[in-house]
Design a protein around this ligand. Sequence first.
Ligand code: PNS
Length: 169
Amino acid sequence: MTPPSQRIAICPGSYDPVTNGHLDIIKRAARVFDKVVVGVVDVQVRKREPLFTADERKQLIEAALAENGVENVEVDVFSNLLVDFAREHGATAIVKGLRAISDFEYEFEMNQLNRTLAPDIESVFILASSDYSFIRSTGVKEMATFGGDVSELVPPAVARALNERLQGT
Ligand code: PNS
């Protein structure tokens, strides 16, 4: 019998910066797929200038994955269409986390657009654990800007990077 080919999924996002909520989704995806590629977007679509460069965001994700002993996940930066990036990696699925109903509308639209471009790539949605359903990178950055303690919300390396970038400590 032919062995099944590797099931590869993309976990795309801005990850500016990665949060414990993102990590939860990535780790859970890594249990379902043989390999997960975390795709860090390096283009500004309808958003503010990112706090961290794409390479910094990539390194912060890699540090968090190493700390968590996650092995079947790699991180790559992309600036092309998500479905093209998925194809480049031989992925058959795009994994997104859903925190609340408010995420649904946007993801529903993205799913339809991506499906039109690439019907062979399936979008898979993982519901956020209740512990993480309130965490958003934007909120974390806002708290850190005003000196709030974000150590419960992000991996240790991210908390340090936020302090350095925003507080100069
Ligand atoms: O909410 P995020 O983290 O900024 O999401 C970024 C991403 C890439 C997951 C989202 O913009 C998306 O699903 N884009 C699909 C459409 C596409 O291919 N755009 C070009 C690269 S952004």
